[in-house]
Design a protein around this ligand. Structure first.
Ligand SMILES: NC(=O)c1ccc[n+]([C@@H]2O[C@H](COP(=O)([O-])OP(=O)(O)OC[C@H]3O[C@@H](n4cnc5c(N)ncnc54)[C@H](OP(=O)(O)O)[C@@H]3O)[C@@H](O)[C@H]2O)c1
Length: 253
């Protein structure tokens, strides 16, 4: 970490679903690079714990409860950010659920609604609240998944919502240009709570590692580094793109 730069000095960053896992590492990375970070998740105690860890690392942080499908909490996230810091430079939309392993044609309507609401619609609605504050040079990063390229059987509908984010990235990049760049990161498999059902099984874990060219799972820091690049001025001529960070796992030509 001592080798990282200070690309986010003076910038204000919101990362959703950031009390642990990939979201936490994104907040930590951007914070180490000088950003004031606004973190959030569904549970106050998780937010408090994450705020403490970030503050102990010398990062300026505001922690709020925000279940991304709650309209009031989304609005509060933006309002409190502006009240405290007076501006907003970067939004990272990281929240997702994967509530079912059912085949798509066997997935209940209520589960389909939840997947679309949290994985796709909430990102759009959050950006609707944020857009009045996103000025020239601002940036948005959506978190998709390698599963978006070829949705696997056991997480088919989740994968399809992640495919939608690839299209959303293109559409929003056009809509929000030229002031705001919109890009996307598609992580490979990373051992977090979210991916526990895959990565904690030794055999499945080996199979996934075998599908990468680098013979390992990803880390939350691998994902944070990619987000930091896309959100920073280093990527000032990059918009509408998805960066696959999956150790060479097949995605596309
Ligand atoms: N891990 C992987 O292998 C992998 C691969 C590809 C893509 N991804 C994507 O990476 C993103 C983060 O996943 P992760 O692996 O880092 O998960 P994680 O370690 O399980 O962390 C999930 C975070 O989201 C919060 N959260 C959960 N539901 C929320 C909601 N409805 N609203 C707000 N916050 C919520 C959780 O805190 P609370 O419990 O306090 O709400 C926690 O902070 C997701 O978009 C996922 O699809 C992950």
């Amino acid at each position: 970490m001592e080798k990282i730069g200070k690309r986010f000095e003076g910038k204000v960053v919101i990362v959703t679903a950031s009390s642990q896992g990939i979201g936490f590492s994104i907040a930590q990375r951007l914070g180490f690079e000088g950003a004031s970070v606004v973190i959030s998740s569904r549970k106050q105690e998780n937010v408090d714990e994450a705020v403490k860890k970030l503050r102990d690392g010398g990062i300026e942080v505001l922690g709020l409860v925000c279940h991304v499908s709650n309209a009031q909490q989304r609005k509060n996230l933006i309002d409190k950010t502006i009240q405290k810091y007076g501006k907003l430079d970067v939004v990272v939309s990281n929240a997702a659920v994967n509530p079912s392993v059912d085949a798509i044609l066997e997935t209940k309507s209520s589960v389909l609604d939840k997947l679309w609401d949290i994985n796709v619609k909430a990102a759009i609605l959050l950006l609707q609240d944020a857009v009045p504050y996103l000025k020239k040079g601002s940036s948005v990063v959506l978190i998709s998944s390698i599963s978006g390229y070829s949705p696997p059987a056991s997480m088919g509908m989740y994968g399809v919502t992640k495919t939608a984010l690839l299209g959303l990235t293109k559409a929003l990049a056009a809509e929000m240009s030229p002031d705001t760049r919109v890009n996307c990161v598609a992580p490979g498999f990373v051992p977090t709570h979210f991916a526990d059902f895959i990565t904690s099984n030794e055999q499945v874990r080996r199979e996934i590692e075998g599908k990468t060219l680098l013979n390992r799972l990803g880390t939350t820091h691998d994902m944070a580094a990619a987000v930091a690049y896309l959100a920073s001025d280093d990527a000032s001529y990059v918009t509408g793109e998805t960066l696959v960070v999956a150790g060479g796992m097949p995605s596309r030509l």
